[in-house]
Design a protein around this ligand. Structure first.
Ligand code: V55
Ligand code: FE
Length: 474
């Protein structure tokens, strides 16, 4: 049967791989801007086989903008996951609904179902394309060709899964990471690791969460690690009945878990909080025995495509995220975590920061704000200065949809927040194309200083990552 997306047109993908040599540039790219902006998102090679499937289940499509001397080359390649290769060979969809192996065709039972569609990062010379239900997929950072469809760090990865949000300790060069549902679906086990700059495992600890929860992201500080369990829960019976992996259980509290780095995990303590949804960490740090974690936080499950178990419906008011500072004092006998909404008037998701300051005290963050107009989605970028609690916002034209931003330092040793913000914009209307916009990070409100045009609308992005020239020469 020929490919036909008409049953679920929303999932029609880019379905091509592109090379654009020397992209058109409007404005002038700063000469100091040298490096590669990688991004990845879902792009369906074949339409979903289940009507209840969700955007998060599309095949990973990696993209890169290589920037040097005022010129930009663009390239995109599907991540050649085991799943992609099976689909390609069979010329049809074989995997079932989102993270539900019971709905897969029996012929793919022994293959990894990972889509590698969520985040793309660079460490120990490897470009890693990530999905939280499976091990990393290694890509060639120069060509985006897939080098390893199931990377286990030379057998050192003992978890069945690997987070899409590993963290990079700029002080030590380590990559910290974890896998949840680490012993298989519906297991409370979480494996936590650190890998040195050569990709060798230097620490491993196992802990258990209070309930099985979507642990999408985590936080690191110089001394501690923190998780937030939110009420996206698993029920194997529901999965056997064909439902997606997660549903929102509003009867569940959140649990904020804190453990020491380098320990055996037995010191982990779980602090209770109210029903909340928080999926991404802006940054975290420790001051002695007090730990602070800044996240985008909302009252209810923020993904409209995951079912609510108790009759609620997606409500934009209750699902708007606000930067919220979670903290506990490990010396105190507190059962609950503390929280403070830092910017009550600013709503959005997908916060970022100057990653050179990850895990240490910081003041600068960024976050997209999402809105909707008659012309389509409208996104803006806000810069936060936590010292003054002042914000600066870039508002693009009507109907322009901006992807998650990424901060680019001006130099290796530039002060915090001094550099550029890059992000891909989808332009509305007849043009229907994408461009990479480059803003001065300290003058966001002045808008782009350069726009890098693509002759088409790019495949989607969940997350992106900047790799500077001094880490990977372009
Ligand atoms: C997220 C994204 C995912 C996923 C689970 O942003 C959580 C959160 C793109 O896939 O599978
Ligand atoms: Fe994420």
């Amino acid at each position: 049967m020929a490919v036909n997306f008409s049953s679920i047109p929303a999932f029609r993908g880019f379905r091509a791989e592109a090379d654009v040599f020397d992209c058109e540039v409007i404005g002038e790219l700063p000469s100091g801007l040298r490096g590669t902006f990688y991004r990845v998102g879902p792009d369906w090679l074949y339409p979903p086989t289940y009507a209840n499937d969700i955007p998060f289940n599309g095949d990973g499509h990696a993209q890169m903008f290589r920037i040097a001397d005022g010129h930009v080359d663009f390239r995109s390649r599907y991540v050649k996951t085991q799943r992609y290769k099976a689909h390609h060979e069979a010329r049809r969809g074989l995997f079932g609904t989102y993270r539900n192996r019971y709905t897969d065709d029996p012929s793919v039972r022994d293959l990894s179902g990972g889509t590698a569609n969520t985040h793309i990062v660079y460490h120990h010379g490897k470009l890693l394309s990530l999905k939280e239900d499976s091990p990393p997929v290694v890509l060639d950072p120069h060509t985006l060709e897939t080098l390893d469809d199931y990377y286990t760090f030379n057998g050192e990865l003992t978890s069945k899964t690997f987070t899409a949000h590993p963290k990079f300790d700029a002080q030590t060069g380590e990559m910290l990471a974890f896998g949840y549902e680490a012993r298989g679906e519906d297991t409370r086990d979480v494996a936590v690791y650190s890998f040195d700059a050569n990709g060798r495992k230097t620490w491993e600890a196992w802990v258990r969460t209070p309930y099985v929860s979507m642990l999408h992201d985590f936080a690191i500080t110089a001394t501690h690690i923190a998780f937030l369990a939110i009420p996206y829960v698993v029920d194997v019976e529901r999965m056997k009945a064909g439902e997606v992996h997660w549903a929102w259980d509003s009867t569940k509290p959140t649990w904020f878990g804190v453990m020491r780095r380098g320990g055996d995990g037995s010191d982990i303590r779980w602090y209770k909080g109210p029903e909340r949804c928080a999926t991404h960490v802006m940054n975290a740090w420790s001051e002695g025995e007090r730990i602070f974690v800044d996240m985008d936080m909302a009252n209810k499950g923020q993904f409209p495509f995951f079912p609510y178990l108790h009759g609620e419906h997606f409500d934009p008011k209750l699902t708007a995220g606000r930067i919220t500072r979670l903290s506990v004092d490990l010396n105190k006998h507190q059962d609950h975590y503390d929280m403070e909404v830092l910017y009550p008037d600013v709503t959005g998701v997908l916060p970022r920061q100057d990653d050179r300051y990850h895990g240490i005290p910081y003041k600068v963050g960024f976050m997209p704000r999402f809105g909707w107009t008659a012309q389509g989605p409208e996104t803006s970028y806000t810069r936060f200065d936590h010292d003054t609690r002042k914000t600066t916002t870039y508002i693009p034209g009507k109907g322009i949809g901006l992807a998650e931003p990424c901060f680019v330092p001006r130099r290796k040793d530039a002060p915090e927040g001094d550099g550029w913000v890059v992000g891909v914009a989808n332009l509305p209307g007849e043009r229907n194309i994408s461009e990479l916009q480059v803003m001065d990070a300290e003058h966001l409100d002045e808008g782009p200083i350069a726009r890098v045009r693509l002759p088409f609308k790019a495949p989607g992005q969940v997350h992106g990552w900047w790799v500077p020239d001094w880490e990977l020469p372009v």
